[in-house]
Design a protein around this ligand. Structure first.
Ligand code: SAM
Length: 354
């Protein structure tokens, strides 16, 4: 916004924190704790590809909680202020609250806690919200693509009823995991008709809703540009019934474009990663369940951290390795998206967790 002062980052970086080749620090770490999921969302883990015979990671290749904690501590020393647990579906990993306890105990170089959060499909939240909050989780983001039961069941493709996710969200609220964010991926022909009802519901319940453009992650979902409902169209659909106006970002690099209802009844976000890419301010690193570091959701191969970790690397070694990878980073795939990038290796969403 012209004339508005926007700090580069909402948090101060420790001295010696690495910057990548485009000057971006590492601020967020997304930790995938499993490549498995109990849903088969048609745009993420389509059943035809991820059927009964699909070979998920064998247990010995998946990082243990001790290993995840150790790497997370190194990342926090390098400047990470936000830890997001994701997957696959993170709540299918046994004893997840034990990992939350370990991560919640990590302190930043200035002694403050990290912003520790979790992204989930919500299916097991009714059972686990209390334990997660007790273990030190601060808040949750729940993925929910429709309130309409038939639409939701057909999108998760395992016939999972929407009521159970809504019960999970209510349990998270009761457990104090607030503010609750809800993410909705909009895919043309599947759930556009759910956009306005979702906006109304989230506004009435006081949840922070973010619409996400369907992205060309991985190679298995058969992505086509025609399937993307652009952010502008999503905003226009809602605004026609409940007028919206734009809000300035909270800080530079905020991925969601924020809008507020003109009548003051709340706000929502739209993540326009396809129609308005925001690579320039991307400060996210992603750790896969098998210990690979990805510096971009697209067009990139992972860097193995499990190897050195299990070969006896010290924390200083790991710090130097990770800092070196980050300093060499120049990714800005979404800004370059073109036919030339189509065949590049890129991780599946369930590998790196969004
Ligand atoms: N299972 C958890 C969940 O459902 O939130 C965490 C992992 S899931 C891969 C993370 C997020 O990625 C979900 O909100 C999901 O809808 C989103 N996602 C998956 N594939 C996507 C795609 N092709 N485009 C946009 N978002 C996608």
């Amino acid at each position: 916004m012209a004339g508005t002062f926007v700090p580069l980052l909402a948090v101060r970086e420790p001295t010696g924190a690495p910057r990548d080749r485009l000057g971006r620090p590492v601020h967020d770490l997304r930790i995938s704790v499993t490549d498995r999921c109990n849903f088969r969302c048609v745009y993420c883990m389509p059943k035809e590809v991820f059927g009964r015979d699909f070979a998920f990671l064998p247990r010995e290749l998946v990082l243990t909680f001790e290993e995840i904690e150790r790497l997370a501590r190194v990342f926090v020393r390098l400047g990470v202020a936000k830890l997001r647990i994701t997957g696959g579906e993170p709540l299918v990993r046994r004893d997840l609250p034990r990992l939350v306890e370990r991560l919640a105990a990590i302190r930043r170089p200035d002694g403050t806690a990290t912003d520790l959060t979790l992204t989930t499909n919500g299916s097991a939240l009714a059972a686990l919200a209390g334990q997660l909050a007790g273990a030190g989780l601060r808040r949750v983001t729940v993925s929910l693509d429709s309130l309409d039961d038939a639409t939701f069941r057909s999108m998760n493709d395992v016939d999972f009823p929407v009521d159970r996710v809504l019960a999970g969200i209510a349990a998270a609220r009761d457990a104090g995991l607030a503010p609750i964010k809800v993410n909705m991926v909009v895919r043309r022909g599947l759930n556009e008709s759910s956009v306005v009802p979702m906006a109304r519901w989230a506004r009435d319940e006081g949840y922070i809703l973010r619409f996400i453009e369907y992205m060309d992650v991985g190679h298995t979902n058969g992505w086509r540009l025609d399937d993307v409902v652009p952010a502008a169209e999503i905003v226009a659909m809602i605004s026609a019934e409940m007028p919206l106006e734009p809000l300035p970002p909270n800080y530079a690099g905020e991925v969601a474009n924020r809008w507020r209802y003109v009548d003051g009844s709340g706000e929502l976000g739209v993540i326009a990663s396809v129609s308005e890419p925001f690579c320039g301010a991307c400060t996210r690193a992603r750790l896969s369940a098998d210990g690979h570091l990805y510096t971009c959701l697209f067009g990139t191969d992972g860097h193995d951290l499990r190897g050195p970790l299990r070969a006896g690397a010290t924390d200083q070694d790991l710090e130097a390795t990770i800092a070196g990878i980050w300093q060499r980073r120049a990714d800005r795939y979404s800004e370059l998206r073109s036919a030339a990038t189509e065949d590049l290796p890129r991780p599946e969403m369930f590998t790196v967790g969004g």
